[in-house]
Design a protein around this ligand. Structure first.
Ligand SMILES: Nc1ncnc2c1ncn2[C@@H]1O[C@H](COP(=O)(O)OP(=O)(O)O)[C@@H](O)[C@H]1O
Ligand SMILES: [Mg+2]
Length: 248
C-alpha cells in the first residue's frame, strides 16, 4: 500500500455503539460514489465486517503467523483484499472461521492492525476506512499515522458512559494530534412506526459531559431502527466531512 493513502478511522470508547455499521456504510458509499476504497476490519475480538457484508469462512485457521505475511521475501503479501460491490475488504475475521476466537494481547492486536493495513494486497485504493476496536492506544495511532493522513469519526450513544469512555479515546487522539472529523450519535431514539412519536432510548448525558461540549461536531443523530442498517443518506454530513478530509 502506498504510504500516502489517507485513512478514515472509525472509533469509540465502547463496543456495541455502531462503529462497524458506520464504517461499512462509509465504505460502501465511498465505493458507490466511484472512489477506490478499502475497508479494514481491525477489531480482533469482534471482526464483524465479513458477516455484515455477507462474506464467510468456514475452515478454522490452524495458525496465524503475525511476524510477517510476506511471501518468500519477494514483496507479495499472503492476504488478498476481498472485493464486495467495488469495496475492497481485509479483516482479521478472514483468518478465523465463524465462531473461532483469536486471543491476542493488545500489542498483538496493534501488530495485526499493521499487517492488515500494510501487508494486504490493496491494489490501487485511494482511501482506507478502518473499523477500530473500542478504545484508542498510542501504538494503534502510531500504526495508523505511519500509513497515511488520518481523520477519525467517533461513534457514541447518548449515554453518559459512552461519552465518558469516548472522551478518553478523544484525549489520546488529541495528544497525538490526530484530527477528529466529527461524531455520530447512534441509537439515540426510537420513532414509533404508528404515530411517529420519538422516544429517547438512553438517559442523555448532561451536555457538559459530552464529547460535543469539547468541540467535536455532531454530524449525525440516528434513530434505533430494528430492521434497517445505517444508510448512506443517514451519514450525508459524515460523508461530506470525509470528502473534505480526502481533499475533494
Ligand atoms: N441505528 C441502529 N439501529 C438499530 N440497530 C443498530 C443501529 N446501529 C447499530 N445497530 C446494531 O447494533 C449492534 C452493534 O453495532 P455494531 O456496528 O456492531 O457496533 P460496534 O462495531 O461499535 O461494536 C449490531 O447488531 C448492529 O446491527
Ligand atoms: Mg464492531
Amino acid at each position: 500500500m502506498s504510504p500516502q493513502v489517507p485513512i478514515v478511522a472509525v472509533a469509540s470508547g465502547k463496543g456495541g455503539v455502531g462503529k462497524s455499521s458506520v464504517a461499512v456504510a462509509i465504505g460502501r458509499e465511498l465505493a458507490r460514489s466511484g472512489r477506490r476504497a478499502g475497508l479494514v476490519d481491525a477489531d480482533i475480538a469482534g471482526p464483524d465486517i465479513p458477516r455484515m457484508l455477507g462474506i464467510r469462512r468456514d475452515v478454522p485457521a490452524r495458525s496465524v503467523t503475525l511476524a510477517s505475511w510476506t511471501r518468500d521475501g519477494r514483496g507479495g503479501s499472503g492476504l488478498e483484499a476481498v472485493e464486495v460491490d467495488g469495496l475492497k475488504v481485509a479483516s482479521a475475521g478472514f483468518l478465523m472461521a465463524g465462531g473461532q476466537g483469536l486471543a491476542l494481547g493488545s500489542d498483538l492486536s496493534d501488530l495485526m492492525l499493521g499487517r492488515l493495513l500494510n501487508q494486504t494486497n490493496w491494489g490501487d485504493v485511494e482511501v482506507l476506512v478502518v473499523d477500530l476496536p473500542p478504545g484508542i492506544s498510542f501504538t494503534q495511532q502510531g500504526v495508523l499515522s505511519g500509513a497515511g493522513r488520518v481523520g477519525t469519526i467517533l461513534v457514541v450513544t447518548p449515554a453518559e458512559v459512552s461519552h465518558l469512555d469516548t472522551g478518553r479515546a478523544l484525549s489520546t487522539l488529541r495528544e497525538v494530534r490526530t484530527p477528529v472529523l466529527g461524531g455520530v450519535e447512534n441509537m439515540a431514539y426510537f420513532e414509533c412506526p404508528c404515530c411517529g412519536e420519538k422516544t429517547d432510548l438512553h438517559t442523555p448525558a448532561p451536555h457538559d459531559r459530552t464529547i460535543w461540549a469539547t468541540g467535536v461536531d455532531r454530524l449525525a443523530r440516528l434513530p434505533f431502527r430494528p430492521d434497517a442498517a445505517i444508510t448512506g443518506a443517514d451519514l450525508a454530513p459524515v460523508l461530506q466531512a470525509v470528502a473534505a478530509h480526502l481533499g475533494a
